[in-house]
Write a protein that binds this ligand. Structure first.
Ligand SMILES: *Cc1c(COP(=O)(O)O)cnc(C)c1O
Length: 525
């Protein structure tokens, strides 16, 4: 079916299934084999006897894999060639913003002056780091239209929990007990989970036929026990909530706060600010919008910016500039703690802080990457990011309109939701089949079966980094897949050209093999 390149840069078209083709390091292990080692310095070493009491010493050597450097590098390089990644091609995984991340950000994060500083270093020894954090804090406030920011949360969901704890602290400080948080039915799954973790109950509001929050339903659920609402705008269907100002008014009217899930700021950067829409709390996923490679559990950062009435509750300590000269930097509430240390920058605890939400100051190198990304783009550049992200999604919406069903056929923001419901009815091919077949065409799959409100959803987020030629290639791949299904081809076996073919997801969940037994069956020579 496919003439496109195979995914993962796989040179051979022979399918390499499962682990069979690449042994584990333990299987590559040969007794006594070593990687490159430094010669000894000649300085006498302490014996283990001097340091560890006998009862705590290992009696037999630990069974680690013994491999040469050549075997080690070969192993990981082969594995990396079986991966699909943002560096390899388009990755239209909706809601995840899997865009290409400029290498300049990694170069900055690798600078020894940033990478080798211990988080416990005293403020006077890391003035550069503190200046970076203070500047990032100010820029994120400017982007979101907020007054103050915490850089500590380690990812989006951690930012959400922080935001909900801020909501709780704010209401409690006013002597109010509010128990419910309102969430639209199109929301990202982390939203209701964070609400539950924050000790609130979830009240769901339905979407209307245009894919936006049903205003009448919202008014029906608001009341004095509502702590706030969690929204994302554009919402998870990629659509802009046009009645956001009215919604904000109604929530504030009952004393509630508005939380903005800003995981994907791509759509609005430099165009509109959550603060201007009436939001009080915003989390941002720096690993999505601001260019840190993520996925596979890589590091993230989910800073939370708040309006002035919530600033006193922010987690501490916050990086601050102590001298008011220079202007434009946020003056944090509370006192500077390391007051005796010389230097322009220090740490400060907000007056009614909810405490730490990270053991140190957040995932610092992700923060450094974000400031590098923002600095190379500048204000105009960030606005172009948003314009191109939105243009690319709308281009695909129109280009693919006759190929797949468009869930809500009106201009979208940075992502567009298609539906394979019609295709499934006609041919039996589901959204999952289309996504899997796209892997064989050399693309990553869109997000499938999310948002939940769309039947057989295929959520495509092309991002601003893909060219017109790539978008056209993606559209043609979709056309080939749909034509194959219409022509009677069974897509259930797809993909056949990737290192791993279709996996049995139910079987994988039911009999998960999470361990590898390193002990050789036979003693080795
Ligand atoms: C990705 C995402 C989150 C969660 O962010 P994590 O960093 O994965 O915890 C929350 N909301 C939306 C809309 C997202 O796209």
């Amino acid at each position: 079916m496919s003439e496109g390149p195979a995914a993962g840069g796989q040179a051979s078209s022979a399918p390499l299934m499962g682990h069979a083709s690449e042994p584990t390091l333990f299987e590559l292990s040969q007794p006594g084999r070593r990687s490159w080692q430094l010669r000894t310095t000649g300085i006498p070493e302490w014996g283990i006897e001097d340091l560890v009491p006998a009862e705590h010493r290992r009696v037999a050597p630990v069974a680690l894999a013994e491999v040469s450097e050549r075997d080690l590098v070969g192993h990981f390089t082969r594995l990396s060639h079986r991966q699909y990644s943002v560096d390899l091609g388009a990755y239209p995984l909706g809601s995840c913003t899997m865009k290409y991340n400029p290498k300049v950000c990694d170069a900055v994060a690798a600078l020894p002056g940033l990478a080798r500083v211990h988080p416990a270093a005293p403020a006077e020894l890391c003035q550069g780091w503190l200046a970076l954090l203070v500047e990032l804090d100010a820029v994120l406030c400017a982007v979101t239209g907020m007054a103050a920011c915490t850089l500590q949360p380690a990812a989006g969901a951690a930012g959400e929990l922080t935001g909900l704890l801020l909501m709780r602290a704010y209401h409690e400080a006013r002597g109010e007990r509010r128990t419910r948080v309102v969430i639209p039915d199109s929301a990202h799954g982390t939203n209701p989970a964070s609400v539950a973790l924050g000790g609130f109950e979830v009240t769901t509001v339905p979407s209307d036929e245009r894919g936006c929050v049903d205003m009448a339903a919202l008014l029906g659920v608001l009341g004095p026990d509502v702590a706030g609402i969690m929204l994302t705008n554009p919402n998870t269907l990629g659509l802009f909530e046009e009645e956001i100002v009215e919604m904000a008014g109604a929530v504030h009217e009952v004393g509630g706060l508005l939380y903005y899930d800003g995981a994907n700021l791509n759509a609005i950067l430099g165009v509109v600010r959550p603060g201007d829409m009436g939001f009080d709390i915003v989390h941002m996923n720096l690993h999505k919008t601001f260019a840190t490679p993520h996925g596979g559990g890589g590091p993230g950062a989910g800073p939370v910016a708040v309006s002035s009435r919530l600033a006193d509750f922010l987690p501490g300590p916050r990086p601050v500039r102590r001298t008011p000269s220079g202007g434009g930097t946020p003056v944090a509430p509370g006192s500077v703690t390391s007051g005796t240390a010389p230097g322009e920058y220090g740490w400060s605890w907000p007056a009614h802080s909810i405490g730490r939400v990270h053991s140190w100051h957040g995932n610092a190198l992700v923060l450094a990457r974000a400031l590098a990304y923002i600095s190379v783009h500048g204000g105009d550049g960030l606005r172009r990011v948003a314009e191109r992200a939105v243009l690319n999604a709308n281009w695909l919406r129109v280009r693919l309109a006759g190929v797949l069903d468009v869930a809500y056929d009106r201009p979208c923001m940075h992502e567009v939701v298609f539906s394979a419901a019609g295709l499934k009815k006609r041919t039996g091919a589901s959204a999952l089949d289309v996504g899997k077949a796209l892997l064989g065409e050399g693309f990553h799959s869109p997000t499938v079966y999310f948002p939940l409100v769309t039947d057989e959803a295929l959520m495509v987020e092309p991002t601003e980094t893909e060219s017109l030629q790539t978008l056209e290639a993606l559209a043609r791949a979709c056309e080939r897949i749909v034509a194959a299904a219409e022509g009677g081809e069974d897509l259930h076996a797809q993909p056949t050209s990737t290192p791993v073919g279709r996996v049995d997801e139910a079987q994988a969940a039911r009999s998960l093999v999470a361990t590898f037994d390193a002990r050789p069956e036979e003693p080795r020579e």
